[in-house]
Design a protein around this ligand. Structure first.
Ligand SMILES: Cc1cc2nc3c(=O)[nH]c(=O)nc-3n(C[C@H](O)[C@H](O)[C@H](O)COP(=O)(O)O)c2cc1C
Ligand code: SF4
Length: 484
């Protein structure tokens, strides 16, 4: 996990909490309506993968418990974790790539609507991602995965005729010598594990992405709508396929890469196809990056342009994240796959309490404010969601009041205390369990372990009815709020 070299430690301070009457007059708890989206309040729990789906991607009792617990805090919107649009094995990540997922998602929608007494809108984040492989031993890479080419022969010089002769010689090289013989991409696959990119157009399934993705997204969205979800968040952020199309690093020459307009083409085509299936009166927006935070990646000027075009196309909301890319991820251990939140851009996505002069709280504010200003200047009122280190009422209220955003997203704070918005609203902010931004939850996510918060386990683990994680040491959901 990356930490800025300054290593300045910050202690979250939730600041002053409102009284109940002050909360009633607060922007944070005022409703918002735009397009098809009507929220009771401007509080939003962004997508978080809890690693609780079944191996075939279905909703489980643990998933229902997780979202039921979140919904008891009655946020304006709750976004279901990144859910795969394809029907392909992807471990315990939710999927919506087939009609057989509809009944489970229907249970999920029912549970959330009931627990929130109808006050929370349940959206689902739908995602496509490309293949990534674990990093393998050098010998395994050279002998099993490396395609021997003429270039290897030339760079090695004087090698026997068979491919095994080439492999044998490669095996005998030092790391530096090997690096000089392999292409940059081959060396990256050796040191980081192989990872597909949207620019790998020599692979037919990558070349064809613009032809297949609009329908895959549209069918997935149609299923979620059928299941009773209240809206769709297209996942155009972080390290995944659609964000890679938007990226300034996308150099495809088939009309889907290069200029800003061409990089935007597939995301807009996906949006229009989804809109065609879910209809004009259903909530449809996206999550995308205000800044990729990597060398030669898209920055805020790109994000302003994309935001205006998304608004023009008719999105009902724009949720803005930052960073979270593979390009600067830390080298995984042999046997593990790269994780996009381990490098500097990953830090920007989920900043921890060890930070730089800017600090971890509200790191995305300036970028989101600039995007919102551009969207407004173009004449659109599309609501903008901000997230990143938000954990206090005054901080949230100031962001809304100063025009940074229209809706406050809080992921880790809502994980630490799913009731926190409700506590603030009821004038009981002093009872909020404040997130410490230690990122223990993110560490669990990285290891594909059931995500929990370290603050949940300060006692009462042996109380009746408490469900524990597979290792038997952690609560699976936040403790109940014992209201007096
Ligand atoms: C355990 C965990 C899982 C996450 N999963 C997702 C996800 O599925 N989709 C997504 O867009 N962001 C995901 N995120 C990022 C959060 O939505 C959010 O953008 C980030 O944590 C910063 O907001 P915060 O400071 O309020 O936590 C995840 C974050 C955590 C901690
Ligand atoms: S483990 Fe809990 S306290 Fe630590 S960052 Fe995650 S939500 Fe916050």
């Amino acid at each position: 996990m990356y930490r800025p070299p300054q290593r300045i430690k910050y202690k979250p301070d939730a600041g002053r909490s409102p009284s109940a009457s002050e909360a009633r007059a607060a922007l944070l708890f005022s409703p918002i309506s735009y397009g098809n989206m009507h929220l009771e309040q401007r509080t939003w729990v962004p997508a978080m993968v809890p690693w609780r789906a079944s191996e075939d991607g279905s909703v489980t009792d643990d998933i229902l418990d997780w979202y039921e617990r979140m919904a008891r805090g009655k946020p304006g919107a709750l976004v279901v974790e990144a859910t795969g649009i394809r029907d392909i094995p992807s471990g315990p990540l939710l999927r919506v790539g087939d009609d057989r997922y509809i009944p489970g998602l229907k249970d999920l929608a029912d549970v959330v609507h009931k627990a929130s007494e109808g006050q929370t809108k349940l959206f689902i984040q739908i995602i496509d991602f490309l293949a990534i492989r674990r990093r393998v031993e050098r010998g395994t890479f050279i002998n099993r995965f490396l395609d021997i080419t003429e270039q290897h022969r030339q760079r090695l010089g004087g090698v026997g005729p068979g491919v095994d002769d080439v492999r044998e010689k490669l095996m005998a090289l030092t790391d530096d010598e090997l690096r000089a013989v392999l292409t940059q991409r081959e060396y990256e696959s050796l040191s980081m594990g192989f990872r597909e990119r949207v620019t790998d157009v020599h692979l037919s399934h990558i070349r064809e992405l613009p032809n297949v993705l609009p329908d895959l997204f549209a069918m997935a969205a149609g299923r979620a709508q059928k299941a009773g979800l209240d809206g769709i968040e297209l996942h155009y952020a972080h390290a995944y396929t659609m964000a890679s199309f938007l990226s300034a690093r996308n150099s495809r020459t088939d009309g889907y890469g290069g200029s800003q307009m061409d990089r935007l083409r597939l995301p807009l085509e996906v949006f229009r196809r989804v809109r065609g299936v879910v209809g004009d009166d259903y909530v449809l927006g996206c999550r995308y990056l205000g800044d990729e935070c990597i060398d030669a990646g898209s920055g805020v000027e790109d994000a302003k342009f994309f935001g205006v075009e998304f608004a023009r196309a008719g999105m009902d909301f724009l949720s803005v994240s930052r960073g979270g890319k593979f390009e600067d991820a830390a080298q995984p251990k042999t046997g593990s796959a790269a994780y996009p939140y381990t490098g500097p851009s990953g830090y920007e996505c989920m900043p921890s309490y060890i930070s730089d002069e800017q600090g971890p709280f509200g790191r995305n504010f300036n970028t989101v404010a600039a995007i919102r200003e551009a969207v407004r200047a173009a004449g659109f009122e599309t609501p903008i969601v901000v997230a990143g280190g938000i954990h206090g009422f005054e901080q949230a209220e100031a962001a809304l009041g100063s025009g940074v955003a229209d809706i406050i997203g809080a992921a880790r704070q809502s994980l630490a205390d799913p009731d926190w918005f409700l506590k603030l609203r009821l004038g009981r902010g002093n009872e909020v369990r404040v997130c410490e931004y230690t990122n223990s939850c993110e560490g669990l996510d990285q290891k594909h372990k059931q995500v929990t918060c370290r603050l949940w386990d300060r006692g009462g683990l042996d109380e009746p009815g408490v469900k524990l994680s597979k290792d038997g040491r952690r609560r699976l959901v936040a403790p109940s709020w014992k209201r007096q």
